[in-house]
Design a protein around this ligand. Sequence first.
Ligand code: ATP
Length: 228
Amino acid sequence: MTENSIALRAQNIGKYFLTPERFQVLDEVSFEVNKGEFVSITGKSGCGKSTLLYILSTMDTDYEGLLELNGESVTGRKQNELAAFRNEHLGFVFQFHYLLPDFSCLKNVMIPALRLGKYSNKEIEHHAYEKLKILGMDDHALKPASKISGGQQQRVAIARALINDPAIIMGDEPTGNLDSKNTAIVFEILRQLAAEHNKTIITVTHDNDFAAKSDRTIEMMDGKIIHV
Ligand SMILES: Nc1ncnc2c1ncn2[C@@H]1O[C@H](COP(=O)(O)OP(=O)(O)OP(=O)(O)O)[C@@H](O)[C@H]1O
């Protein structure tokens, strides 16, 4: 593995809560993810998956160890730097889509780019259409997000995650709220983003079939990695 083929490197990540006694949630978690790889993080409820994803996504900065994303160390950076880093390098897909229901699908996809302020509105609109096209949702671009199905809403949420062209997409139970048909559709979209667009996909999932079909499963137990 060459240095510049690595999308994520976690080194001895540790996290504890004081409840009030010290409760170690993550213990010496180390692993790497290659660029263009589609990885699922699995493990029983309470093993620390969400806590880990929160750290990997740079939202939680209170941890031990070192984290590199896209070849850059992000550990110890200031909140405003991390917010800029996330906007540029990371996309997020959650179990619940968090689309603004009264806004059109197109507008929902545009919002993270409008916040970034790098391109004109016209350019952003064009990019947003392109992303909706990748997700097969361009025909629904002008509909309010509340007027499409749950599976379609999740596809729009993925388009939104793609708008700033992030290298890494992180998903917290991205199919957790979907039926099996839509789960298969969303899985295939994520697989294609990795295989054909060289995006790195890192998802937390309870769905063993979903995990088994991804490129690699990272299995956790009691805050430790037991299989990479
Ligand atoms: N803010 C907190 N304070 C104290 N304990 C916490 C806090 N957040 C999480 N925990 C504990 O840390 C452990 C890991 O939680 P986490 O949510 O990461 O697990 P998980 O594997 O994602 O679970 P699930 O699959 O149910 O979402 C659990 O025992 C949880 O109760």
